[in-house]
Design a protein around this ligand. Structure first.
Ligand SMILES: *Cc1c(COP(=O)(O)O)cnc(C)c1O
Length: 478
């Protein structure tokens, strides 16, 4: 299996790369994103075999079956051991790892029972083990520099804590994450985890990460890497739970299901697209956005218009507050028949100069719905509150704000004959303020997080200054 860049052209071909070569890389050198040269196809016999693997040997064994189609530069026994040690009941809370729960005419697939109570653990926990394995094999070290407004940073830190060869330097806007999120990150005492609270907003953190990454000499000298959502390994890990959800919602492979996915950077739902391209019988992939509706606008109109920071709303589903969807290029690459030159013209040129591109009149645009199964919808703060209230009243289940966006939009697309699965992306305790606003009572708190806000904190406060962040990294990465 080889990987290619979405911006590869015949006059500028990128090298075909193996999985472990792109594991520790971000963007391709030409600015594109990596995708497999072709999607492995799952035959009905294989799908039947995997259904049995999941029910008899569990999620880790299923993950190995799927990942081994994409990773042929790690010996199979090693890859299997990594999958089995990642997806355990001890870490994810249930033997199914991603159990389904019925809420009336839709299913909720629980992806948020990992260490940080958001679906990002599903991929990040695997990434931590893959990084440790590959770095040991190479005899190298890696210093992960990131910016977070909440879920990504904590998922990365819990995945990398105590891992050999890896350090994490995570910037976050001082005082802007929820008290629970701050407690989750800052209470980690592992020596390889460094929290940097920047006096500024999330954009300041991102600018610092970009400035450090653009200093190539510093980057090389200090072995700086990232774990952001464009990382192919994260996306690949997420493909597995689409299969696991399908097997739980159906009895035979003649049935189809649809998924609704709360979306920001298009990472989670892009994994659904990959699963569908492999032949998993997915009918529709419904993209649910909040007030930051860049993606809903595209799927309704064919116009992809990125927002400036002034037009990016701060909402009560903050992990979906994005100005552009950084994984979207992967889907458009497939939509346009894998034409790297066109992708370069759209994402490399048009977006930079005009902030938008328009496919409304392009004959391929219709195929987003007809051939690739995409639908979309949007949810607002008022929708979120109403959905949280309604689900609690009808089923006694508390859902988080992002999941509520998913349930709201799923209800608009559900069809009688096709099971609809909504991906639960976080637990309500992470966004307690809005739950109190909706229900007048605080969310349920898992036992292991009792009094987490009272634990000692380990965090370095710093002005939004690149030089000071660099100096901190230099002082702490020897
Ligand atoms: C990251 C995140 C999302 C958005 O996921 P994408 O892969 O960026 O689309 C949605 N909900 C929660 C809780 C998240 O943490």
């Amino acid at each position: 299996m080889f990987y290619v860049s979405t911006r590869q052209t015949s006059s500028n071909p990128t090298d075909r790369k193996k999985f472990c070569e792109i594991l520790l890389e971000g963007l391709a050198p030409d600015g594109g994103l990596y995708l497999p040269e072709s999607y492995p196809q799952v035959t009905p016999a294989t799908l039947e075999a995997w259904r049995r693997v999941y029910s008899t040997q569990g999620y880790g064994a299923l993950a190995f079956e799927i990942l081994s189609l994409y990773i042929d530069d790690i010996p199979a026994d090693d890859l299997k051991a990594i999958c089995l040690k990642t997806y355990t009941e001890a870490v994810f809370g249930t033997p199914e790892i991603v159990p389904l729960r019925k809420l009336g005419n839709i299913y909720l697939e629980a992806l948020s029972n990992g260490p940080t109570l958001a679906f990002k653990d599903m991929a990040m926990q695997l990434l931590g083990n893959l990084f440790e394995y590959e770095l040991a094999r190479r005899g190298e070290e890696l210093n992960i520099l990131g910016a977070t407004s909440g879920d990504t940073g904590s998922a990365a830190e819990y995945a990398m804590r105590g891992k050999k060869g890896v350090r994490v330097f995570m910037t976050s806007p001082a005082g802007r994450m929820s008290p629970f999120q701050q407690a989750q990150m800052f209470s980690l005492m592992d020596v390889n985890i460094h929290n940097i609270a920047v006096e500024g907003v999330f954009d300041d953190c991102q600018d610092i990460v970009k400035a450090v990454s653009n200093d190539l000499a510093f980057k090389r000298k200090h072995k700086i890497g990232t774990v952001n959502s464009i990382n192919w390994a994260r996306l690949l890990a997420q493909v597995v739970y689409y299969f696991a959800g399908y097997f739980q919602a159906t009895k035979s492979n003649s049935e189809k299901v649809s998924f609704t996915v709360p979306s920001g950077n298009f990472g989670n739902v892009c994994a659904g697209h990959v699963a569908r391209m492999m032949g998993l019988p997915i009918d529709k992939l419904v993209v649910a956005t909040n007030e930051n509706d860049v993606l809903d606008e595209f799927f309704r109109t064919g116009v992809y218009r990125v927002r400036g920071s002034a037009d990016t709303h701060e909402t009560s589903s903050p992990s979906m507050d994005i100005s552009k969807a950084s994984n979207f290029e992967r889907f458009v690459f497939d939509l346009l028949g894998r034409d790297g030159a066109r992708i370069k013209a759209l994402f490399g040129d048009a977006l930079n100069t005009q902030g938008r591109f328009v496919l409304s009149a392009d004959p391929t645009f219709k195929q987003a719905a007809t051939r690739f199964g995409f639908r979309s919808g949007k949810s607002t703060h008022a929708d979120r509150l109403a959905t949280i209230r309604d689900v609690y009243k009808q089923f006694g289940t508390m859902i988080d704000t992002h999941t509520a966006d998913g349930v709201k939009v799923a209800r608009e697309h559900v069809e009688e004959s096709v099971p609809m699965i909504v991906l639960e992306t976080a637990l309500p305790i992470k966004f307690a303020e809005t739950i109190v606003e909706a229900l007048g009572q605080p969310p349920h708190r898992p036992a292991q997080f009792e009094c987490i806000e009272d634990l000692p904190k380990r965090v370095q406060l710093m002005p939004a200054d690149v030089q000071q962040v660099k100096a901190y990294i230099t002082a702490h990465c020897a």
